[in-house]
Design a protein around this ligand. Sequence first.
Ligand code: FES
Ligand code: FES
Length: 161
Amino acid sequence: MTDVSMTVNGKAATGSVEGRTLLVQFLREDLGLTGTHVGCDTSQCGACVVHVNGKAVKACTMLAAEADGAEVTTIEGMAAPDGTLNTVQQAFQDHHGLQCGFCTPGMVMSAAALLEENPSPSEQEIREYLEGNICRCTGYHNIVKAIMAASGQDVTAIAAE
Ligand code: FES
Ligand code: FES
């Protein structure tokens, strides 16, 4: 077992993990942060995306031990302490960017990372960035629209499905 310590959603988090323990397991099972989902065992779905040191990472592709000392943000860390949704979350709600919601935490985390890198992405850039996030419900249209809206862009051009 290896001791790990990291900052998760602004708070110190410590634990003792096996060498094979994935970051997503540590977050969900040890810290109880079950907003980060597991939708596959092939690193394809993106339901597990979190931020590690400000970058979007599939938490099923990283060992918990590798995140030792890192700053990690999960979906639970996105809203304000009073529950006010952040801009991306609010845009998903406003533009119906979700149906079952299973992919949504990963989508929101990926979208937030994209907007950090590129505050005003084109529709095509959004679609390309989300290549690693699979949604089985929405057809992506409203997700793209929500992200464009979160970036402050006019979404009327892509308003019709
Ligand atoms: Fe599917 Fe991580 S759980 S990519
Ligand atoms: Fe159901 Fe995306 S909203 S998988």
